[in-house]
Design a protein around this ligand. Structure first.
Ligand code: AMP
Ligand code: ZN
Length: 688
């Protein structure tokens, strides 16, 4: 097969699997096979840039950086919707419709998806642009980011596709994906995302589309807009969109008369808790497009559609006690313990109070009557206090000063919303948390130990920290509950295998506060070994003072210099530097590291890793743009491995622009204006 056909056929095949998986929830290929074919396609595309196509499935991985989102005027205004909060409102609306367009009306009832609204543009069956709603007249061009959302078709199918049209929908983050993202945040000690809606709309405005690609976003479509669309009703429009490859949720229903509408509302008010994503209501639309035209728009919204908002269930109850929960990273969450109360079919006894600021803002006190809501948030929350009913002897809440698990005085760092318990060596949830983090997939990746096993091992007193893992013996673990010969052997083999895990992941696994995966990588590449990272700079002797106090000041002076030194590492801020210095000067941590070293853990970059590194690009700043033979990630890595810095946008500080195929004209213009040296991929490779 000639390369052109081969590329085409791979693209079609991958497109079909993508469609089956992301739009129809149906797997038709293993992940492994899919990745293999995708890799094959990428290699072919790199060898044949002349067949570049922005709708190729290979663009899903992202990589394009948007520094400033371009403002785009909507061709068709994006209206909002009138809201109704009661069935009477809906009935009144229907009566008004009858007066205007007659009695015999059908409606399409849809769910109101709670995410970020989006307008997608297609030309000749290809995705060309995505724009946020903005103020309704103009929004932001978020094409690069939306392209990475797998359920957005880049190439449509069918033979009745209008040459040019727009389709509206909502970008949402399904609960599953949202919870997974939060699990990772939690493992890294980062503050959790509050709700899927904000996380979805925040994702659209990220600068790095590769990050967007990694988020499990979904795109649900509900309205076609354009001239000469090949159908006469909203319902046919939804069916057509589905045929062309869009994800149109199956709940949308055609009903006749208001009774059908009210039936749909009742059904989904109850059933919505089982949906994979958040919904806050129903949208009812007049089915016939001709009727829609007759009804037209008010200044703000269409007359032919009406949203019905499910009531955010709010109930009042009494606050009995505020307790404090210690997370696995030591973060403290205040919890309201409530007189049990029923909300949407579940009994609620506890609600989150988030942090000290939230308590202060609500001025919430024990004994208060409070309003609890279970909205789009994961955990119920307290939204208000009934001040009129506050007992006369009520006292302001004083936030906890000590850890409820271990008694250590709590700390709150500047800029952090939450307090934390600094006793990470002994505080029980933290002991388990640190071990779990250490063995997690992105750190030491120790197969064969789950979180229950960690609990068991800690509770049996077999391990107190991650270094203890490497002293575990078969005879010690086999008596544990539910431990079979095979699982015990797997566990020990997993521990043994982790001795090969590269330094940067070991560093991440140590669980230094604020040192996530990326920071660990940066530090590992900069220092190349744990010894270098831990070495405190020597400071000149101070002859004036007596020996003891001079030792003390020398120590703190050399720590101060270490702080300085760390802050000069690209992208290491003051907060991270402080946390690192605190860690590497803590005797207990030093002992753990010594023990890990003695067990044979990797504490420096391997020779192989070192050989691909140099300081050839030290101090040089690069911007990359366009499509390259090697992957963008490899290119970035090559720059960083050789001491250079990659930034996402051109500025007077940029030294080189590495220019790939299909580079955007605006970048080119800007680079020329700033007189930035442009080099090709080949020229770059010569530099390193
Ligand atoms: P609002 O923001 O309350 O005025 O509601 C209008 C928004 O609801 C629109 O901008 C859409 O983003 C969103 N929406 C969600 N689901 C639908 C749907 N099925 N039909 C129309 N709009 C919807
Ligand atoms: Zn504690």
């Amino acid at each position: 097969m000639d390369p052109k056909n081969q590329i085409e056929s791979l693209r079609n095949e991958l497109r079909e699997h993508n469609y089956n998986y992301y739009v129809n929830d149906d797997s038709t290929i293993t992940d492994f096979e899919f990745d293999k074919k995708l890799e094959q396609l990428k290699v072919l595309e790199a060898a044949h840039p002349e067949f570049h196509d922005a709708s190729s499935p290979s663009v899903r991985v992202g990589g394009e950086i948007t520094k400033n989102f371009k403002t785009v005027k909507h061709i068709n205004r994006m209206y909002s919707l009138d809201n109704s909060y009661s069935k009477e409102d809906l009935e009144d609306w229907e009566k008004r419709l009858h007066k205007s367009v007659g009695d015999d009306l059908e409606y399409v009832c849809e769910l109101k998806y709670d995410g970020a609204s989006i307008s997608l543009h297609y030309e000749n069956g290809k995705f060309v642009q995505a724009v946020t709603r903005g103020d309704g007249t103009q929004g932001d061009d978020v094409t690069a980011n939306v392209r990475t959302i797998k359920s957005v078709p880049l190439q449509l199918k069918g033979d009745d596709i209008p040459e040019k049209f727009e389709i509206r929908g909502e970008i949402v983050l399904p609960w599953d994906g949202f919870h997974k993202m939060n699990e990772e945040r939690e493992a890294q000690g980062l503050e959790l995302y509050r709700n899927p809606r904000n996380t979805a709309s925040g994702s659209l405005k990220l600068q790095d589309s590769a990050v967007v690609a990694s988020r499990p976003l979904d795109c649900l479509l509900y309205q076609l807009v354009g001239d000469n669309l090949p159908f006469k009703t909203q319902y046919e429009g939804l069916e057509a969109a589905r045929r062309w490859g869009f994800k149109v949720p199956p709940q949308s229903t055609l009903v006749s008369g208001i009774d059908g509408v009210l039936g749909f509302v009742d059904q989904w008010d109850a059933a919505r808790k089982d949906l994979p994503y958040e919904t806050d209501g129903v949208v009812v639309k007049v089915n016939k497009l001709q009727n829609q035209d007759e009804l037209g728009f008010t200044a703000k919204s269409p007359r032919w559609a009406m949203a019905y908002k499910f009531s955010a269930e709010q109930v009042s109850t009494r606050l009995l006690e505020i307790t404090y929960q210690v997370g696995r990273t030591g973060a403290i969450t205040p919890v309201a313990n409530l007189e049990p109360v029923e909300i949407s079919g579940t009994t609620v006894k506890r609600a989150s109070l988030h942090n000290a600021d939230q308590i202060e803002k609500l001025d919430v006190r024990v004994g208060d009557e409070v309003y609890v809501e279970k909205g789009g948030e994961i955990i119920p929350k307290i939204v208000a206090v009934e001040m009129l009913k506050r007992p006369a002897d009520s006292k302001p809440t004083v936030y906890a000063t000590n850890c409820p698990e271990c008694g250590t005085a709590l700390v709150r760092n500047e800029g952090d919303a939450k307090h934390f318990c600094p006793n990470d060596m002994e505080c029980p949830p933290q002991v388990k948390g640190r071990i779990e983090h250490f063995i997690s997939r992105k750190a030491m990746d120790i197969d064969g130990i789950g979180s229950e096993t960690v609990d068991q091992l800690v509770e049996a007193g077999l391990i107190h920290n991650y270094a203890d893992l490497y002293d575990l013996q078969y005879e010690q673990i086999i008596p544990l509950d539910r431990m079979a010969e095979k699982s015990a052997k797997n566990m020990l083999a997993g521990i043994e295998a982790s001795k090969q895990i590269p330094f940067e992941r070991v560093l991440f696994g140590l669980g230094i506060r604020y040192v996530g995966e990326t920071v660990a990588k940066k530090l590992a590449r900069h220092y190349k070994s744990m010894d270098a990272l831990m070495a405190l700079p020597e400071v000149a002797e101070n002859p004036d003072t007596d020996l003891f106090s001079s030792m003390v000041t020398e120590r703190s002076r050399s720590e101060a210099e270490k702080l300085q030194e760390l802050s000069t590492v690209p992208e290491i801020g003051e907060r991270i530097a402080e946390s690192v210095v605190e860690f590497i000067t803590d005797t207990a941590q030093i002992q753990l590291i010594e023990r890990l070293k003695a067990s044979g853990i990797q504490f420096s970059l391997s020779d192989e890793e070192l050989s691909t590194r140099s300081d050839a690009l030290a101090g040089k700043s690069f911007v990359i743009s366009g499509v390259f033979e090697m992957s963008r990630n490899d290119l970035k890595k090559a720059i960083e491995d050789n001491g250079g810095k990659v930034s996402s946008s051109l500025s007077s500080k940029t030294d080189y622009l590495i220019r790939g195929e299909n580079m955007g004209p605006s970048k080119l213009e800007k680079a020329e204006k700033l007189e930035i040296e442009m080099i090709s991929e080949a020229e770059f490779l010569v530099m390193v």
